[in-house]
Design a protein around this ligand. Structure first.
Ligand SMILES: Cc1cc2nc3c(=O)[nH]c(=O)nc-3n(C[C@H](O)[C@H](O)[C@H](O)COP(=O)(O)O)c2cc1C
Length: 207
């Protein structure tokens, strides 16, 4: 299995985690593929800096946990603070850890939508509103994410790439199949409106 960062040359006391939440800005929302752009760029940077972690997005909010040296995370934090794709960064934790939770992921990005989540503990947190979490709720959330990571690792489905357009196609497929009746009614209504417009235009010319 491909390891994103080899931790053997790091003393455990040198390892830190940075956990924060933030809100997406209109700039972030206006980008066609903000999450992909962030993940693509971050994977390259994080591999170079031996940083690993996870980035969740849902309901207009980001949740990120990154692991690495204090220096690497401080530099990253400074870059994050200047990034206009998100705002109101609230640091939940910046502390020493014994080991990485996401040692094979340079940055795995996950979209949190109720219909995409199987885990009942995560479902309970939907719609995703991390600013309303109390005390250590973020720790529970992080534990669920770690659990998910471990399951993926067991299945050897460790995927370092962000969600790509192909996956987005599957995602859209899921939405469409879940809302087939809705889409069908919308299509019929659309066709009826077009037919009515034609009828009005033609009847104007005929009569
Ligand atoms: C929510 C969010 C998460 C991000 N996570 C990372 C990250 O893990 N690593 C990283 O290098 N940049 C991350 N970025 C991008 C940084 O804010 C910054 O744009 C980037 O590191 C600049 O890299 P550069 O100096 O190579 O241009 C993130 C941006 C956002 C909005």
């Amino acid at each position: 299995m491909l390891k994103a960062a080899d931790t053997t040359n790091l003393k455990s006391s040198e390892l830190y985690q940075l956990v924060y939440i933030s809100r997406i800005t209109s700039t972030g929302l206006s980008g066609a593929s903000t999450l992909n752009d962030i993940a693509d760029h971050s994977i390259k940077n994080n591999q170079a800096d031996k940083v690993t972690g996870i980035l969740c997005y849902g309901n207009g909010y980001f949740f990120q946990c990154v692991e690495g040296t204090e220096q690497a995370l401080t530099n990253l934090k400074n870059r994050l603070l200047m990034d206009n794709r998100h705002k109101e960064i609230k640091v939940l934790d910046f502390s020493v850890i014994n080991q990485r939770r996401f040692s094979s992921w340079s940055l795995r990005s996950i979209i949190l939508e109720r219909w995409m989540v199987d885990d009942s503990r995560v479902k309970a947190l939907m719609p995703f509103k991390p600013y309303t979490w109390v005390e250590d709720e973020w720790v529970q959330f992080l534990n669920v994410l770690q659990n998910y990571y471990e399951q993926q690792e067991k299945k050897e489905e460790v995927d370092m790439q962000p969600i790509k357009y192909k996956a987005l196609g599957v995602t859209l497929g899921k939405v469409v199949s879940q809302h087939q009746a809705f889409f069908l009614i919308q299509t019929i209504l659309g066709l009826l409106i077009v037919a009515a417009l034609f009828w009005v235009l033609l009847s104007d010319k005929i009569f």
